[in-house]
Design a protein around this ligand. Structure first.
Ligand code: IMP
Ligand code: MG
Length: 173
């Protein structure tokens, strides 16, 4: 394919922002442990970088969901492809996502996780496209608000490619 990638956020910018958010989260969770839930696969790079910056005790679990829908729109009906390994009852859960777009996937996922009686649930995302929101979802920590463009890198893919880019880029077709 002949798509090109234009850099939107440099590796240094992303790094700096993750440090800031890490400090904020560490402060907010002082005296507690954070149970981070990484939403696979896109959230994996961000989860690792963020986890390294937290100064409170951290545990990690992974979940993979797929949203029924077409290529560009999720339906909001979430199918669990890989469930968590551990029970979250009584835990302070921090969901870590790569990007919130329509908000459908996350609002449904939060409903599923709430039924498991965690002590608290917060949501942290590397990127947010607020213009695209269809379903209201409370995002507690956002690293960057971005315009309505298709982005890759830092875990985000286009047809499973470019997840390994160390920066965030816009796909130009
Ligand atoms: P939604 O919020 O339910 O619409 O879906 C969010 C999911 O769509 C994210 O977790 C990504 O997997 C995917 N997604 C949305 N926008 C982009 C993008 O710009 N690049 C790559 N994946 C995206
Ligand atoms: Mg995702």
């Amino acid at each position: 394919m002949s798509e090109k990638i234009r850099q939107l956020l440099s590796e240094e910018e992303v790094d700096r922002r993750i440090c800031e958010i890490g400090k904020q989260i560490s402060k907010d969770y002082e005296g507690k442990s954070v149970h981070m839930i990484c939403v696979l696969k896109g959230g994996v790079f961000f989860t690792c970088e963020l986890a390294k910056r937290l100064t409170v005790p951290v545990s990690l679990d992974f979940m993979s969901v797929s949203s029924y829908g077409n290529d560009t729109n999720s339906s909001g009906v979430v199918r669990i492809v890989k469930d968590l390994d551990e029970n979250i009852e009584g835990k302070d859960v921090l969901i870590v996502e790569d990007i919130i777009d329509s908000g459908r996937t996350l609002s449904h996922l939060i409903e599923i996780l709430k039924q498991r009686h965690p002590n608290s649930i917060r949501l942290c995302t590397l990127l947010d496209k607020p213009e695209r929101r269809v379903k209201d979802v409370k995002v507690d920590y956002v690293c960057f608000n971005i315009p309505d463009e298709f982005v890759v890198g830092y875990g985000l893919d286009y047809a499973q490619k470019y997840r390994n880019l160390p920066y965030i880029g816009v796909v130009e077709f």
